[in-house]
Structures are given as structure tokens and as C-alpha cells.
Design a protein around this ligand. Structure first.
Ligand code: ZN
Length: 133
């Protein structure tokens, strides 16, 4: 296996591209040679750290677009931590509702339905749950 056949992932947008490319073909960020889990952690770190407002919603969608059920617990923790920000929490519900599949999605939606401090977020999670149970 040559270096060019190995993939790397973008730590800013989760795009997959060849290991020998120096920039992400999607967002043109400098490539960091990250594996998928490392890149996902970079996005989750940005979500809970320095990112603000619309960037957070964008990051939630990028993470959700990968349809990786493994990201569900971290997204739920983020939604619970950002309690007062309804837009971000609803983006998480939308992401879980449309993209993630299986028991991880049900567990995540149940947690938001039971534990989120915002009425609209709890109701939206409950409505999503009615489609799966
Ligand atoms: Zn990128």
C-alpha cells in the first residue's frame, strides 16, 4: 500500500482525501494527516471549545453527515451542556433524527427528551422518537 492510497481526514470539515494531498479539497485547510477518529475529535473539540453560533450548527451538521452512531453520545452531551442555546440543541436533534440510525439514535433522543432544560428541544426530541418506537 502506497502513501497515496491511504486516506486522511480534514480536522475542519471531516472530508476524506488522499494522504499525499497537502490541503483539504473541500475547505482548503492545511492537511494534518489525521485519521477519521482524530478528525472527528477535532470537530467535537471545536464544537465544545472555540466555535461560536453558526459555526457550531455547521459543525453539528458536518459530524452528523458522517452518519456515525459513535458521535451520538458526544452530540447529546454537547446539547445538554449548551442548554440555553435552543438553535444548537435543535440542530443536534435534527442531526440525530435524520442521520444516525439504530439504538444509538433512540438512546440519544430519549436522553434529550428526558433531560434537556428547554421545552421546545424536549418536545422536538419526543416527536422524533414517535417515528421510531
Ligand atoms: Zn476540510
Amino acid at each position: 500500500m502506497t502513501a497515496s492510497s491511504v486516506a486522511q481526514y480534514c480536522g475542519y470539515c471531516l472530508a476524506r482525501f488522499k494522504a499525499n494531498e497537502s490541503r483539504c479539497p473541500e475547505c482548503h485547510a492545511i492537511a494534518g494527516g489525521l485519521g477519521y477518529r482524530q478528525a472527528q475529535q477535532a470537530l467535537l473539540g471545536a464544537l465544545t471549545g472555540r466555535a461560536i453560533g453558526e459555526r457550531r450548527v455547521h459543525l453539528i451538521r458536518l459530524i452528523g453527515n458522517r452518519a456515525d452512531a459513535g458521535a451520538a453520545p458526544a452530540l447529546v452531551e454537547f446539547a445538554l451542556d449548551c442548554g440555553s442555546d435552543q438553535v444548537e440543541a435543535l440542530a443536534v436533534v435534527e442531526c440525530l433524527d435524520r442521520i444516525l440510525v439504530g439504538p444509538a439514535r433512540l438512546d440519544a433522543l430519549r436522553r434529550l427528551n428526558q433531560q434537556h432544560p428547554d421545552d421546545v428541544v424536549r418536545l422536538t426530541a419526543a416527536q422524533a422518537l414517535t417515528r421510531y418506537v
